[in-house]
Design a binder for this molecule. Structure first.
Ligand SMILES: [Zn+2]
Length: 97
């Protein structure tokens, strides 16, 4: 029996615990311009906090949170995306393919 695409609905959540505090983020996959990013997700909390994480077209990581922008850290949002398998580390080639 064929399944209608509209009949499939899923909501993705991710729990991030840092310094003993757990936050629940709702995940929405974005459809970025391929010239800007290869993959992008929006993470939002019920309190209105919202960040966008991405792997840029050049292969760099990006997040809109202060920890990433100002402290230049691989923030908890990006770390969580890797741990959940939503972002994958790219294999580096020594020679051009
Ligand atoms: Zn972040």
């Amino acid at each position: 029996m064929p399944v209608k695409k509209s009949a499939i609905a899923a909501r993705l959540f991710i729990e991030i615990t840092k310094n003993g505090k757990t936050s629940l983020y709702h995940l929405v996959q974005l459809d970025p311009d391929p010239n800007v990013a290869k993959v992008a997700w929006q993470l939002s909390k019920d309190d209105g906090e919202c960040h966008e994480v991405a792997v840029t077209a050049a292969g760099h990581l990006s997040c809109t949170c202060g920890d990433f922008l100002w402290r230049k850290n691989t923030c908890k949002h990006l770390q969580s995306m890797f741990k959940c398998g939503l972002f994958r580390k790219e294999k580096k080639h020594d020679k051009p393919v």
